[in-house]
Design a protein around this ligand. Structure first.
Ligand code: AGP
Length: 366
């Protein structure tokens, strides 16, 4: 057909593999290397209006929500505007206070998710200003919002979202850069982010080249019925998305926790039968994360670390090293190996990779 697996065994592997190109498309025409800003004409917002928001509230469902959590952190870090993400389904049912100084951002790959659409409609009824980060052009959510950013990632067929997740995180980096540069992000800092974004396609390619090694690790870990995923701050939404991908397509039970919360409960689960995937970027929280790895290992827990270097002192059984970018952008790259990990686990367990049981590509019902 007009859109087929292009020689790949599954749509999912095709969609994971095409991310260097889809990311380049999300960035295309939007990076200004002269003024170190982002061009986001679709927002339909002048500088004065862009400066007027005091908060950002992000809503979406499932993986869209997790990418929104990455987005909230990017906006807080780069623009210093308070931002947070919430499942659209929760938001719409709790009779939210709609604040005129808040910019609402709705995320949806399909643009047809009913809970997200209903949340947008509720916001609009109450006079909220809503923009969208959407992949499907002309979809219901795209038509309902006041403006936004299209991902241009192309059709996503496999039920598990991969390239749309990555492009959404990148759209948020562009939005955060845009907001930052009308606030206090300096030209030099803007340049650091512009240069970091421009490097992403080649760095994703480097991670994809590790496919065979990651497949081997998947086969090793897929014998366990359950896995723990942990990360701190920037690593936490990455852990949540990694757990989501694994449970969705391999049916292995996976739980994501902030690494800092382990000792407040779930550490009781840790032992040789429950391995942990730990997201450990080389940021200011590295030492804290290494301490957590030590605590897991001391209880006989196996550790698969995703990070920027070998941790030393045998703190991990296995390590997947990803290229470094700017620390704010690292979550984008740290997610890619988790997509491959889930994919190869699903293949090893002979699951229906592109159409997992009980799930629909877009949830158009309540
Ligand atoms: C992702 O792997 C899931 N299939 C699911 O969580 C999805 O992200 C969610 O249903 C939202 O879909 P949307 O982006 O099309 O609104």
């Amino acid at each position: 057909g007009h859109y087929d697996t292009g020689g790949y065994e599954h749509y999912l592997l095709k969609e994971i593999s095409e991310q260097p190109e889809t990311v380049a498309r999300t960035l295309s025409g939007r990076l200004d290397e002269r003024f170190h800003i982002a061009h986001l004409g679709g927002l339909n917002m002048d500088a004065r209006e862009t400066r007027s928001f005091r908060r950002v509230k992000i809503i979406g469902c499932g993986s869209a929500y997790y990418s929104g959590q990455i987005g909230a952190q990017l906006i807080e870090e780069l623009a210093r505007i308070p931002a947070d993400a919430e499942p659209a389904s929760e938001f719409r049912y709790r009779n939210p206070v709609v604040d005129p100084d808040t910019l609402y951002v709705a995320i949806s790959q399909s643009g047809e998710t009913y809970d997200t659409l209903a949340a947008v409609q509720e916001l609009k009824r109450k006079g909220g200003r809503v923009i969208g980060i959407v992949n499907a052009v002309g979809s219901a959510i795209a038509r309902e919002v006041d403006g936004g950013i299209y991902l241009h990632a192309g059709p996503e067929v496999s039920v598990a979202s991969t390239k749309a997740f990555t492009s959404t995180a990148i759209a948020f980096a562009l939005l955060a850069l845009h907001f930052g540069r009308v606030h206090d992000l300096s030209p030099a800092e803007g340049r650091r982010i512009v240069d970091g974004l421009a490097k992403l396609p080649a760095q994703i390619e480097e991670i994809l080249e590790q496919g065979p090694a990651i497949a081997e690790l998947s086969r090793k870990y897929a014998v366990h019925p359950s896995m723990m995923f942990v990360g701190r701050v920037r690593g936490y939404p990455v852990a949540r998305e990694g757990a989501q991908k694994l449970k969705e397509i391999s049916y292995i039970h996976a739980e994501a926790y902030p690494a800092s919360e382990l000792k407040h409960g779930p550490l009781a689960l840790i032992g040789p039968e429950l391995p942990t995937v730990a997201i450990v970027p080389d940021d200011e929280l590295l030492d804290k994360n290494l301490t957590t790895l030590g605590e897991i290992r001391a209880r006989g827990g196996r550790v698969l670390m995703i990070g920027h270097r070998e941790p030393g002192a045998k703190l991990a059984d296995d390590v997947i090293v990803v290229p470094r970018n700017e620390i704010e952008l690292d979550p984008i790259l740290l997610t890619i190996p988790l997509q491959l990990l889930a994919y190869h686990a699903a293949v090893a367990l002979e699951r229906d990779v592109d159409k997992p049981r009980n799930l629909a590509k877009s949830v158009t019902v309540e």
